[in-house]
Design a protein around this ligand. Structure first.
Ligand code: CUA
Length: 325
């Protein structure tokens, strides 16, 4: 009964709509291998748990043997201890060891045509495609059905890269590049989350992986490699000017313009991003304007200072950034 209740509890989150971030709903080969190990351990150790509880119950509820009764020459002891105390646990542990070592070997990094560098920041993700000169933030685009090679590091403290549906976790360290890989079996959007406590806004450090068919991915690469689109309307031109005058360009880059800052996310294709604040809010006019006006009220402690723009400047900058697609 306790096991049944426990498994019901474990299954509850599966009823929720949010399957996007569950290692038990794997969507790629490495995550499937890991989920296979998880279920194997769940059933094997569940069986061990039931047996141990059964023996414990038997010990408690069996008929009492009064002193003087029973057969003193026949101790239950020795054989029971050797079989269930030594032999069975040894077999279970060896089986688990062999299976998990096999899993480790089968998760070795395969050859890959795509390399992406991901750099953790307090509290967002810098994403670079070094072979294509693309820099973006808080979203990875990958081709579906192919292993993707990752180079993971950090600009400040230790973070951890985790997309539960696509692979396990890997630390992102300030002074070392960890290599890793992910693979999505089919096109779709998969949520990732920082998996190492990294300060006040650790919980608000998420991102999305968008897996595309190979030809769509190639088109995406070609579009993203272009510099930002030139402002076409007066509002966009004023927005670009206000962006530079307010000093946004000291921290943010927009390729093809005078903005070359590297402290904050690259905004070259800001209008095409689905979310702001590292996966926190949908990227739309109201949210983006609110963020620019006072990012500290939304995500306290982040490195973007409060701005002192008037209403016109705020409107122009927001409109300009949303036009960068
Ligand atoms: Cu970055 Cu937790």
């Amino acid at each position: 009964l306790p096991l049944l209740l426990l498994s019901l509890l474990l299954l509850l989150p599966g009823c929720a709509e949010e399957r996007q971030q569950s290692a038990l709903h794997p969507e790629g080969e490495p995550a499937q291998i890991i989920a296979g190990l998880w279920w194997f351990m769940f059933y094997l150790l569940g069986a061990v748990f039931i047996i141990v509880m059964g023996v414990a119950a038997w010990a408690v509820f069996r008929p009492r043997i009064e002193p003087g009764e029973g057969d003193a020459d026949e101790p239950v002891g020795d054989r029971f201890i050797i079989v269930s105390g030594i032999a069975l646990p040894s077999i279970v542990l060896v089986v688990l060891l062999v299976y998990s070592l096999t899993v480790t070997v089968s998760l070795r990094q395969p050859d890959s045509a795509v390399t992406i560098e991901v750099i953790g920041h307090l509290w967002w993700w810098e994403v670079r495609y070094p072979d294509h000169g693309i820099i973006t933030a808080n979203e990875l685009h990958i081709p579906a059905g192919e292993p993707v090679h990752l180079k993971l590091s950090s600009a400040d403290v230790v973070h951890s890269f985790w997309v539960p549906q696509l692979h396990g976790k890997m630390d992102m360290l300030p002074d070392h590049v960890n290599t890793f890989w992910i693979q999505a079996g089919r096109p779709g959007t998969y949520r990732g989350q920082c998996a190492e406590y990294c300060g006040e806004q650790h919980a608000r450090m998420s991102f999305h992986v968008v897996a595309l068919e190979r030809d769509e991915f190639d088109q995406w690469l070609a579009r993203r490699a272009q510099p930002a689109r030139e402002p076409t309307t007066d509002v966009h031109r004023s927005g670009q000017r206000a962006f530079m005058e307010a000093g946004c360009n000291t921290c943010h880059a927009i390729s093809g313009t005078e903005a070359h800052g590297r402290a904050g996310p690259d905004l070259t294709h800001m209008g095409s991003r689905p979310s702001i604040g590292a996966g926190q809010w949908p990227n739309n006019y109201a949210n983006l304007a609110g963020w620019i006006a006072n990012p500290q009220s939304l995500k306290p402690g982040n490195h973007m200072p409060r701005s002192y723009l008037d209403a016109d400047e705020l409107h122009e900058i927001t409109t300009y950034l949303l036009s960068l697609e």
